[in-house]
Design a protein around this ligand. Structure first.
Ligand code: HEM
Length: 485
């Protein structure tokens, strides 16, 4: 018999945890059985809304260590010194499926990183892909609806997936990436992470730079073929979770090397690609990778719900020296995440241990709300300015200001000289070996051939043709062969 006493939520000892209290032997249950009522009621409330995207995920703690001097480009304190270490929490995820899906599916992977810096938490909420399907946040809910379960059939539908893409030529680059060899990572450890968006760094002289983040896996890239993915998803739907958990438990700590591409702010206007277009990369020959540091994951969370399900990342959690670029997608995300957290976790989600600053202290005049645990009151005013030495603003902007001009209105993103929806998709295709091209074509045709409407298929084929004539021809032939079967 355990020496520890089982108690109710309010701490009273429980006499019997096997039999509920009844009116006599074999009689109905008594309303006064507080332990039973509390246990059943609490159980009913165990679930919170799952994330509307990226519902399935795995997380781990670790650290980021600076290996190279980047102080010429940013005055961010956590990057200020070679050897400096900052604690991090990283949540990996799949995107489209619900919480009950499988890990080994063809889908981008989330790579959401929280740096617990001495100047507050910095969240870099990226993916394992350097680009994305769309370039305006106004399309995001439609895009996600088309990829998630259909409201009538209750499952993902090729008709919806490809109909959205038929109307989104800018997705051709990301589709080429996703349907290619890296589309099903073997595990979370064997894939890269990217900030994907362009961000802004500011140095101590106030000079601005535009930056893209690349976390290169030190485990090597490993992916699954379509067949291996289907088999793995069937055998162990939690294959990525199993792999990450077990690796860290065994002390095989996964790591990534962070590199950045850095563009002086003055280059942005004349660069051949719009540097704020999330459907484009910056070729490395234009802006080479520069090493910054090492990310290591070395500790599993003790409780998946408390630390992974309740983890809240927001692309607008910046620290001094780092800020947003005018990328419209990023701008939309600056709103969407904290709003999602207020809905899913509540206004006080920042007080949960995984989300609260660790190396800094939150000190402000936000008060109360559902589940508030900060009990400031005595000697702490709840308004600002005040005459009582309360926390006050610094007057120092986190990042350099951006110049803007023109008229308000709904505008398409400005096109630079080399900008179209297809050039970079074609470049990616042409980089592939013939075997890779064959697998890419087979993966695309496998999905596209299931579409019921010819006009939707034709529109998609036109995108692959526009990217590269050979690409278009091969997809067209493969789709035709599958539809004739
Ligand atoms: C305008 C476009 C986008 C919108 C409106 C959007 C919105 C959202 C929302 C509402 C969530 C759920 C947040 C939560 O409940 O915790 C989410 C999760 C996530 N999104 Fe996005 N998203 C967008 C684009 C992107 C892009 C481009 C990336 C990557 C570059 C990305 C990466 C992620 C990741 C990694 C998560 C999971 C974070 C976690 O692990 O908790 N999203 N997104």
């Amino acid at each position: 018999m355990s020496k520890r006493v089982l108690t109710t939520e309010s701490g009273a000892p429980v006499a019997d945890n096997q039999n509920s209290a009844t009116a006599g032997v074999g009689g109905p249950i008594l309303l006064q059985d507080q332990h039973l009522l509390e246990k059943l009621a609490r159980f009913n409330r165990e679930r919170i809304p799952e994330r509307v995207v990226h519902a399935r995920g795995s997380g781990a703690y670790g650290y980021f260590e600076v290996t190279d001097d980047v102080t010429g480009f940013t005055h961010a304190d956590f990057l200020a010194e070679i050897g400096k270490r900052t604690e991090v929490f990283l949540r990996f995820s799949t995107v489209a499926d619900n919480l009950g899906g499988a890990d080994a599916v063809r889908d981008p992977r989330g790579f959401a990183l929280k740096f617990y810096t001495e100047e507050g938490n910095y969240d870099l909420v990226g993916n394992n892909t350097p680009v994305f399907f769309i370039k305006d946040p106004i399309k995001f809910p439609d895009f996600i609806h088309s990829q998630k379960r259909d409201p009538f059939t209750g499952k993902q539908e090729a008709d919806n997936v490809w109909d959205f893409w038929a109307h989104a030529p800018e997705a051709t680059h990301q589709i080429t990436w996703l349907m290619g060899d890296r589309g099903i990572p073997a595990s979370y450890r064997h894939m890269n992470g990217y900030g994907s968006h362009t961000y802004q760094w500011t140095n101590s002289q106030g000079e601005a730079f535009f930056v893209k983040y690349h976390f290169k896996t030190n485990q090597g890239i490993r992916s699954l073929s379509a067949e291996q993915g289907a088999e793995t998803a069937g055998k162990d739907p939690n294959s990525h979770q199993t792999d990450l958990l077990q690796a860290i438990e065994r002390g095989v700590n996964p790591s990534w090397t962070l590199h950045v591409q850095i563009m002086p702010a003055a280059d942005a206007a004349e660069y051949r690609f719009n540097p704020f277009d999330l459907t484009k990369v910056w070729p490395h020959k234009d802006y080479p990778l520069q090493r910054v540091g090492r990310l290591v994951l070395d500790r599993n969370p003790d409780n998946v719900f408390a630390e992974v399900e309740q983890a809240a990342f927001s692309p607008n959690n910046f620290v001094p020296g780092i800020g947003p670029s005018p990328d419209k997608m990023l701008q939309g995300r600056l709103f969407a995440y904290a709003d999602a957290h207020r809905y899913r976790l509540g206004v006080n989600h920042t007080q949960l241990a995984v989300n609260a600053p660790k190396a800094a202290k939150a000190d402000n005049y936000g008060r109360d709300g559902l589940m508030a645990s900060n009990a400031y009151g005595r000697d702490r005013k709840n308004y600002e300015p005040n005459s009582y030495d309360g926390p006050a603003e610094t007057g120092r902007a986190l990042s350099a200001p951006l110049a803007v001009n023109g008229h308000t209105g709904t505008h398409e993103a400005p096109a630079h000289t080399k900008d179209d929806d297809f050039f970079q998709a074609g470049e990616l295709y042409r980089l592939m070996s013939d075997d890779e091209k064959s697998r890419l074509v087979a993966n695309i045709a496998g999905g596209l051939s299931q579409v019921s409407r010819d006009d939707v298929i034709e529109k998609n084929l036109a995108h692959f043709h526009a990217a590269d004539a050979d690409y278009g021809k091969r997809v067209q032939e493969a789709v035709r062969a599958l539809r004739e079967d």
